[in-house]
Design a protein around this ligand. Sequence first.
Ligand code: ADP
Ligand code: MG
Length: 216
Amino acid sequence: MSNPGITLALSKGRIFEETLPLLAAAGITPAENPESSRKLIIGTNRDDVRLIIVRASDVPTYVQYGAADLGIAGKDVLNEHGGNGLYQPLDLQIAKCRMMVAVREGYDYAGKVKQGARIRVATKYVKAARDHFASKGVHIDLIKLYGSMELAPLVGLSDVIVDLVSTGGTLKANGLVAVEHISEVSSRLVVNQAALKLKRNLIQPVIDAFAAAIRH
Ligand code: ADP
Ligand code: MG
């Protein structure tokens, strides 16, 4: 029998933690903590709601193909994914941070840009970086990384990085400084459009409960 309930895709870490109060507002309590459990499918107090735990950047893909009916993903991730097939009804105002350009302390970013120099950019956020530098008319060589971007300028892999910053503590600890703000980032609720039509009786109350619980 196919699953008659709804499946919500979440990632571990800050998004899971900050989603717990929203789930509670919708009357949903996870049966296990994904930080300590190795299970990737987690039941809840409700027979008709389950959670799947996936990599943050994979959330839009699961929802796009209907393997999850709903999901919670950062705007950074949604921007890279493109949002195809996803209904994005709510900015949940969680996991807030900023997408920034950062360099080594002492690197003359403004000067390089003014000279029209080609800049090497290391990032996980290839689309955001391309769009940002194209809009400034700056020519770049892009180097795709999957994590620990802060290392790249320190070992000469790149001149700059494009990364998410909240307190700036990680940049500071590595002798980097933010030099440009690209965008504000927070996490969004994403919904599979076909699922919304077929299971509106289950999905709409979750959207409504989340909407009522958002902290502005
Ligand atoms: P991963 O390590 O799989 O890339 P993270 O847990 O680092 O995942 O990030 C998941 C999501 O949390 C990101 O897509 C982003 O939206 C948000 N995020 C990342 N870094 C921060 C931060 N420093 N502060 C707040 N939110 C962040
Ligand atoms: Mg991370």
